[in-house]
Design a protein around this ligand. Structure first.
Ligand SMILES: [Ca+2]
Ligand SMILES: [Ca+2]
Ligand SMILES: [Ca+2]
Ligand SMILES: [Ca+2]
Length: 282
């Protein structure tokens, strides 16, 4: 693999949380004022909301086994992964934590929910057919259909902003790579171009112009962006600590992420300016 490194000015990173607990999985609310995130500040992992400057954090779940928060496109609801029933289920609740309802209710593990841009469907991951596959259900938890059918692990679904395609992660070619498929599961093609490295956490910018992701290269996780055709990878973080979980701001101008650079997991925000351009060739 040939990486042509062209150093330019690294983008600035602003630290949002300052707490000895593990603060992870920040997701911007659609109006850009609030993060939902996961933290173990009070014991187990629960979902909290806070202002985007890190103030006024409020716990909205209570089981201590909650992950994968995701806002509804209209902002009134949060869908998440919960282990409260003994296996992973997808739950939905009002954004203040009230009205919690199970959606994907199955003895298998069900997790990773991502709401479709029009609000009508939720993509999620389930092991109900023997290995990790990606499914769609209605936003009310009905009419579940399977999108992937492959013996490899298929996870991390992420909608294109126009709802026509989903990006996802699969290790069907040996390493974890980012793939694209149509919203009916057809037309699967590999998007990421460096077969020897690990890709994770795809997140499509709301303006459709780029896909952010995390990637482990040389043993180090960093945040990257690429064009929606897989070209033009650019690295946004350059730190030996783990940098993961990128999420675009609603205006596509900034990316939140998690880093362990200050000794425990904290939430940071970076501008999305390119830091290092890498060649597309392997
Ligand atoms: Ca922390
Ligand atoms: Ca389940
Ligand atoms: Ca599979
Ligand atoms: Ca790093």
């Amino acid at each position: 693999m040939c990486l042509a490194l062209v150093p330019v000015l690294l983008s600035s990173h602003v630290r949002i949380t300052r707490h000895p607990a593990e603060d992870e999985e920040p997701v911007w609310s659609p109006d850009g004022t609030t993060f939902a995130f996961v933290t173990d500040r009070e014991g187990g992992e629960d979902v909290y909301v806070m202002n985007v400057d890190g103030t006024s954090s409020t716990r909205i779940t209570e089981s201590g086994t909650e992950w994968d928060p995701e806002w509804s496109p209209a902002g009134g609801h949060i869908v998440l992964r919960s282990l409260r029933d003994g296996n992973d289920e997808v739950y939905v609740m009002n954004a203040d934590g009230s009205g919690q309802i199970v959606l994907a209710d199955h003895p298998s593990d069900d997790y990773g929910p991502r709401w479709s841009p029009d609000g009508s469907q939720i993509a999620f991951v389930s092991t109900r057919d023997g290995n990790e596959e990606i499914y769609l259900m209605s936003h009310e938890g009905r009419a579940t259909v399977r999108l992937t059918e492959h013996g490899a692990a298929d996870s991390e679904p992420e909608w294109a902003p126009d709802g026509s395609q989903l990006a996802f992660v699969s290790n069907r070619t040996g390493t974890h790579q980012i793939f694209l498929m149509r919203a009916d599961g057809s037309g699967v093609k590999r998007l990421s171009r460096h077969a020897a490295v690990t890709y994770w956490d795809p997140d499509w910018s709301p303006d459709g112009s780029r896909i952010a992701f995390s990637s482990r290269r040389g043993g180090n996780w960093d945040i990257y962006v690429m064009n929606p055709d897989g070209s033009g990878e650019r690295r946004l973080t350059e730190h030996p600590a783990g940098d993961l979980s990128p999420r675009w701001s609603p205006d596509s101008a900034a990316i939140s992420f998690v880093s362990w650079r200050d000794g425990n997991a904290e939430v940071y925000v970076t501008e999305s300016k390119p830091a290092v351009q890498e060649a597309d060739t392997e």
